[in-house]
Design a protein around this ligand. Structure first.
Ligand SMILES: O=C(O)[C@@H](CO)OP(=O)(O)O
Ligand SMILES: [Mg+2]
Length: 403
């Protein structure tokens, strides 16, 4: 059986050098699973609460661990996650911390897959999964909350939509990342990297659009399949609620909501963007609906801070026609069960799920398995950098039956 026999928690380093929570779950029959919580910088207002790791660990040890050990079966993910919810007792995991919750939730799934002797994606998704792979969206230029003195738009994402295999897609994104570096240097903007490994040049958004469009075209010609590109605008970070405007500091431009909708719609048309995440403020379902009405037939309009992997917020979006895609980050909601439920609800309603990393990451690879397990059409997990390649290389291994 997969009866949980021990849960231990510790602080480990994340990619920004901050502490985060790692959980180990042991079960009968020598099952073992280990997972770590990621951490956001441009977090949504409605996300589950990440507590300082020391506090989250102490609270989880007091409230959650005793309810799990000797009582819960790691193979029953819904039970594990219901116990975490019950032990926490709040709506937003502010007692044990969404960081402790998600680490335990994911570690339990890994322990169960260990006992089964099956890859994690198969334990989560069933035996017929593992044939389809998500298209990786690779962050190649970025700014916003992820880098100082760089673009206003948080992420410019390479999207190898025509790639014949996940491996070719992953290498195409790395090639676009390298091509961007060459173009930046040629144009006199040599650059360091932001939190997710994307180049973080001190240029305005317009210059970034030109460079990314060119890099994508060069690499696409070279590899012989279509590569598009997309954005994470992370517009909530640039929205000023008092003036009701979006502030583009690098360009010195303010846009009101109508202007922002038109600006984004024009970008979608001009650059044939395949993906636009959080183009509008996280409280503005109406504006999301308007933009979706305008360009939703030609691009994915994705809600990250808008939906925060929360089925209640997604239901509202579906009812109002806001967006046609959802970003899924398990730590935004706190458990794998709820991340699954969000993907299922999205899929049933014709919304594409995009499984995603956070800007602060570890070498944990759970999201690669989650994406394959749920047949998610996209995964956003960077283009280069160890904590990003951990997931990308895991996708390559899954495709190669090597996990
Ligand atoms: O906004 C986002 O989509 C994420 C990941 O790219 O950033 P953060 O983890 O900082 O919220
Ligand atoms: Mg986002």
């Amino acid at each position: 059986m997969t009866l949980v026999t021990d849960v231990s928690l510790r602080k480990i380093l994340d990619s920004r050098g901050n502490p985060t929570v790692e959980a180990d779950v042991h079960t009968e029959r020598s099952g073992f699973g280990r997972a770590a919580a990621p951490s956001g910088a441009s977090t949504g207002e409605y996300e589950a609460v990440e507590r300082p790791p020391g506090e989250a660990i102490a609270a989880a040890r007091e409230h959650a661990v005793p309810r799990l050990v000797g009582n819960a079966y790691a193979g029953d993910q819904r039970e594990i996650d219901a116990i975490l919810r019950g032990a926490d007792g709040t709506d937003d995991f502010s007692e044990i911390g969404a960081n402790s919750a998600v680490a335990i939730s994911m570690a339990a799934a890994k322990a169960a897959s260990d006992v089964l002797g099956a890859p994690l994606f198969q334990h989560l998704g069933g035996t017929f999964r593992g044939e389809n792979f998500p298209i990786p969206l690779g962050n190649v230029v970025g700014g916003g909350e992820h880098a100082a003195d760089a673009t206003d738009i948080q992420e410019f994402l390479s999207a190898p939509v025509g790639a014949p295999s996940v491996s070719e897609a992953v290498f195409a994104n790395a090639a676009v990342h390298a091509a961007v570096a060459d173009l930046l240097e040629e144009r006199g903007h040599p650059s360091g990297k932001g939190d997710e490994g994307a180049w973080a040049p001190s240029i305005d958004d317009e210059a970034a659009f030109e460079i990314v469009a060119e890099a994508v075209e060069l690499v696409s010609d070279d590899v012989g399949f279509e590569i598009g590109f997309g954005l994470d605008v992370a517009a909530a970070e640039m929205y000023d609620a008092d003036s009701e405007t979006y502030e583009y500091e690098s360009e010195g431009i303010s846009r009101d909501t109508d202007e922002q909708i038109e600006y984004i719609a024009d970008l979608v048309r001009e650059y044939d963007l395949v993906y636009v995440e959080d183009p509008l403020d996280e409280n503005d379902y109406d504006a999301f609906a308007e933009l979706t009405e305008e360009v939703g037939d030609r691009t994915l309009v994705c809600g990250d801070d808008l939906f925060v992997t929360n089925t209640e917020r997604l239901t509202e979006g579906i009812d109002r026609g806001a967006a046609n895609s959802i970003l899924v980050k398990p730590n935004q909601i706190g458990t794998l069960t709820e991340a699954f439920d969000a993907i299922e609800l999205a899929t049933e309603n014709g919304y594409d799920a995009v499984v995603s990393h956070r800007s602060g990451e570890t070498e944990d690879t759970t999201i690669a398995h989650l994406a394959v397990a749920t047949d998610a059409p996209f995964i956003k997990t960077g283009a280069v950098g160890g904590e990003r390649t951990a997931k990308l290389n895991e996708l390559i291994r899954i495709a190669d039956d090597a996990t």
